[in-house]
Structure formats: structure tokens, C-alpha cells
Design a protein around this ligand. Structure first.
Ligand code: CA
Length: 464
């Protein structure tokens, strides 16, 4: 893979400055936006989980240290970004590495002021004084909610001296998440890169999918493919062999791969703080790596899911809704369930769908937004109707059919028992003038059922 341009670093002329400008425009001239970052989370003993900054703070500032809060405040006269962060500390930095510190923050991050986090409580009231509306992530963190309300109370208590408490406290999502939902050029660059690395990981998994190996061996190769490109899984990788493929969030990954069974791999690389999300399902090769084959039942099930996904992708365009995509997938999948004998052949297709009969096997929705978070921000039903998708929106299209090992099945469908198939790609809505109506970001990951047979179990060469 070609050497990538690294993800953007913060700075006055960075994409972060453009995102901040868009935020300023949305909030008007009498508002403040409070954006707390993530804290380190204890794993066990004195160990912590690998740190992941909050996507909101990353999106707006690129600042990647724990224990930070950004405050955007504006009045008719001024706009100010104030950052609260951990101070420089020679002793702690010996253990955990260089901190940016208060002195360098303004020049490196383009903020107008920077203070130690310990000063947040004493300074936040002044920063929101006179603002009509304060936006904050309500309900995420009780301590932060309480800090904000104490600041409001302090301003109320001082109104005779000229302080003005905010009249409205609104959720941060109402201003910020609409911005994050429509990906800018930097986000799309990161997502395309994440998609490319993800496809590499899936190709490696396919090449290694031989009987006798275990699910965690496949997961290890995916981890390696992501880490080699300075990425990491954007969510817990799912590698499910045989009936494990019917467990939607199967992550124990301890079982052996058996020849002729299906393997479901759901894995996405996060790169530059944006993640891909891809699922492929295919038969496991014999231990000698000889060309695998689909059983007749597996192939019929796979073809139904693939046709459903293609129907969903075909309707993805500016102006459609995720409900339209879901309906297109469900219609094809339900007809397929009838053809497979899993639903009654005598029934009317629309009746079956209306009664939700397909949900016996099609147990999840078809799509979610995708971006910095795997289940990315953005309301699905803003107002009273489904969101109309605009160019720049990225979402998954992932129909799946799962025939559980303990399902009650018609007697002529026993050969489908324990089979699960999901096929998932990441789709960007594009305007016609940019090559629309859509781009499948993960199109490089094979899913043609015959092409897959030439890739599975071929053997793996590890290279750095
Ligand atoms: Ca997935």
C-alpha cells in the first residue's frame, strides 16, 4: 500500500479551523459550546484501557490528550476558544510522555486562551456569562452536568451585579452532530484510507481461512493488517465460524474453523480517528488449502443476502432515506426467504413484510451512520420523518440472514440450520456533479461468491 499522508494535525489553517468556523456560524452571536474530552478508563489494577479521545473534541480541535475541555464562547464583539488541559509535569511526563501544556496550546491548537483543567470550575461561569444559549453534552457525565449547573447558579446569584445566566441549555448534538454527519474532505480522506486498510485485513483473513485454524488466528491477522498501517480496530472484531455467525456481536473468537462451514468476519479499521465497518461471509477451506466450495444451501442463502444488499445500494442517492434502503433490502430478502422455503410460499410478499415475518431471520436494521464513531452521530428521524440523506453522508448497508442452530425450521430447510450470512459495505452519498449518486467506499473488498472461492485459504505471507 502506498505511504499515506498522515492524518491532519491541529493548527490555525487545518480542517479543524474550518470546522470551528462552521460551528461559529451555527451558534450565532450569543452562545457557548462546552466540549469535554475523554478521560482515561481503568481496566484493572493500575492499568488503563488504550486512550481514545472523544470524537467531538477530536473533530473540532484534533487535541488528543486525556482530561481536556474546550469552551467556544461568542458574543456580538468576540469569539473565543478556551482550552482547559493538563499542565506540563516533568515527573508524570517521564512515565506517560510529553504533554502539550498551557503555554504552547494557543500557538499549536489555535485557541485564544488555555488554562489548567483544575481552573475549569472557577472560570466556566465567566465564559458563559451573557450567552443566551449554552450547548453541552447533557446526561453523558453527571459530574460535568453538575459543574455546568453550578456555573448557571453562580451567574443567577450575581445578576444584580450585571451577570446574565443562560436562558437555554441545549444538547451539544443539536449543533455539532449535524456538522459531523456530513463528512468534509479530511473526514472522507481518512474514511477512504480506513476502508482501504480494512479491505487489506479482510483479504488476509480470507487467505488464512482454512480448517484447523481458530477464530482468534483470523482476528490476529486482521489486527496485524490494521496495526501495520498505523490503524486499529474501530470496534470489537467479530470472527464467527459455523453457527457462531448467527450471533450478531460474537467476540469470544475461541472456536476452531471447520471445513465446509461458513465464516463471518465483521471488522473495520479506524485510521485518522475514522472507522470503516465491513462484513464478509464465505466458506472455510480444507486444511490443505484446496479450493473451497459453497454447499447448495449456503450459496442460495448467500445469493439472497447479496441480492438484498445490491438492491439497497441501488437506491442510495441524494434524497433517499435509510428507510428506503432498508425497505429495498427487506423486500428482496423476504422474497428470498420464501424461495428458500423458510417463509410460506402461499403468502403475499407485502403481507409477510407488514407482519414482520422476515424478522425471524432478518433480525437487525440494515444501516447505521458511520464516521469517527462506528455507530456515528446524527439523528435518524429529525423532526417527525426519516432523514433525507444529503451528499457527504456515510452509512453502512448490511443485510443479514441468520438461521439459528435452535431455530424451528420447515423440514426441508434443515441444510440451512446454523448458517448466518451478513454482507456489509460502507456507502457515501454523492452529488451527481461529484460522480454520484453514491460511492461504495469498501468496493475493493471482494464479495462475488465465485471470486471469493479463489481467495479463501490460499495461505498467508506476513510482511511489514
Ligand atoms: Ca459491522
Amino acid at each position: 500500500m502506498n505511504a499515506p499522508t498522515p492524518p491532519a494535525i491541529p493548527g490555525p489553517s487545518s480542517p479543524f479551523a474550518e470546522r470551528q468556523a462552521a460551528l461559529w456560524q451555527r451558534i450565532g452571536s450569543s452562545a457557548a459550546v462546552l466540549v469535554p474530552g475523554a478521560r482515561e478508563q481503568r481496566r484493572n489494577g493500575t492499568n488503563t484501557y488504550p486512550f481514545r479521545q472523544s470524537s467531538d473534541l477530536l473533530y473540532l480541535t484534533g487535541f488528543d490528550e486525556p482530561d481536556a475541555v474546550a469552551v467556544f464562547s461568542t458574543s456580538v464583539e468576540t469569539r473565543q476558544l478556551t482550552l482547559f488541559l493538563k499542565p506540563r509535569d516533568k515527573v508524570r511526563e517521564q512515565w506517560t510522555g510529553r504533554r502539550l501544556g498551557v503555554d504552547e496550546a494557543p500557538s499549536k491548537l489555535g485557541c485564544q486562551a488555555a488554562y489548567e483543567l483544575s481552573e475549569l470550575e472557577s472560570r466556566v461561569a465567566a465564559l458563559i456569562d451573557g450567552c443566551h444559549t449554552v450547548y453541552a453534552p447533557l446526561g453523558d457525565d453527571e459530574a460535568f452536568d453538575a459543574l455546568l449547573l453550578r456555573a448557571v447558579k453562580k451567574l443567577r446569584g450575581n445578576e444584580r451585579n450585571g451577570s446574565r445566566a443562560p436562558q437555554c441549555i441545549a444538547d451539544l448534538s443539536t449543533v455539532l452532530h449535524e456538522l459531523r454527519l456530513r463528512k468534509d474532505e479530511e473526514s472522507l480522506r481518512c474514511m477512504r484510507r480506513a476502508a482501504a486498510i480494512t479491505c487489506e485485513g479482510h483479504l488476509l483473513a480470507m487467505a488464512a481461512a482454512r480448517a484447523g485454524r481458530r477464530e482468534h488466528h483470523i482476528r490476529a491477522l486482521i489486527d496485524y493488517a490494521f496495526a501495520r498501517e498505523y490503524g486499529a480496530p474501530g470496534y470489537d472484531t467479530i470472527v464467527g465460524a459455523g453457527a457462531n455467525a448467527t450471533v450478531l456481536h460474537y467476540t469470544s473468537c475461541a472456536d476452531e474453523l471447520r471445513p465446509g462451514e461458513l465464516l463471518l468476519v465483521d471488522a473495520g479499521c479506524e485510521w485518522g480517528h475514522h472507522t470503516a465497518d465491513v462484513t464478509r461471509t464465505y466458506p472455510i477451506a480444507a486444511s490443505d488449502g484446496s479450493r473451497p466450495r459453497w454447499t447448495s444451501a449456503q450459496r442460495r442463502l448467500y445469493d439472497v443476502v447479496l441480492a438484498a444488499q445490491q438492491a439497497g445500494i441501488a437506491v442510495a442517492r441524494p434524497g433517499c432515506t435509510i428507510e428506503d434502503v432498508h425497505a429495498a433490502c427487506v423486500r428482496v430478502a423476504t422474497q428470498g426467504l420464501v424461495d428458500l422455503g423458510l417463509l410460506p410460499r402461499t403468502a403475499d410478499l407485502s403481507d409477510l413484510i407488514e407482519r414482520g415475518e422476515h424478522r425471524r431471520y432478518y433480525v437487525h436494521r440494515t444501516s447505521h451512520f458511520l464516521g469517527m464513531d462506528v455507530h456515528d452521530v446524527g439523528q435518524y428521524f429529525p423532526g417527525s420523518a426519516a432523514r433525507v440523506l444529503e451528499p457527504g453522508t456515510v452509512f453502512t448497508i448490511e443485510p443479514g440472514l441468520y438461521i439459528r442452530a435452535d431455530a424451528e425450521l420447515p423440514s426441508d430447510c434443515e441444510d440451512l440450520r446454523g448458517c448466518g450470512v451478513r454482507i456489509e459495505d460502507d456507502v457515501l452519498i454523492l452529488a451527481p456533479e461529484h460522480g454520484g449518486p453514491h460511492e461504495v467506499l469498501t468496493a475493493a473488498c471482494p464479495k462475488d461468491p465465485d471470486e471469493l472461492l479463489g481467495l479463501i485459504g490460499r495461505g498467508v505471507t506476513i510482511a511489514l
